[in-house]
Design a protein around this ligand. Sequence first.
Ligand SMILES: [Fe+2]
Length: 194
Amino acid sequence: MAKNKPSNKPSKSGPSKASASKGTETSSVETPTGNAPDIDIGISGGDRKKIAEGLARFLSDSFTLYLKTHNFHWNVTGSMFNTLHTMFETQYNEQWMALDETAERIRALGFNAPGSYAEFIRLTSIPEEPGLSDTADWREMVRQLVVGNEAVARTARKVLKTADDAGDDPTVDLMTQRLQVHEKNAWMLRSLLQ
Ligand SMILES: [Fe+2]
């Protein structure tokens, strides 16, 4: 059992190194076990760590897209206001629920979930694009959400592969569901611009 037990020490990717390679490394820390028995669910500690790190990046992408979608729900203007105000609300509500599922999967694998803006900014692959609150150009908002949904889908696809290789069916299932949602969102949003 000991051979699969990962270290409780933080990974070697400290803040300075991680910030130099944004989006490719995490600082996932395995939750201290205290007096509890070691996690023994049939997935090695190394695989659990790899999956948890992927899920941490996925959670960061998902939170960033969630916030962007909610921002645009608030700030959209113009002839498309009713359509987009409602569409964005439907999307951010669905995304909000999925954040919890993702974070709790990381916890079930034995790792701490990122939950601060600093961590999300460090781990996400979706760039901040400030200034839209001033212009509120709905086409630019929709374009950014197409790109954002596709970025989340790409990250989900990578995590799915890692989880599948490790026989982690619950994570495969979760990533499959998220792919369906984000690819559908991207299609619907893109259709507005065609
Ligand atoms: Fe609202």
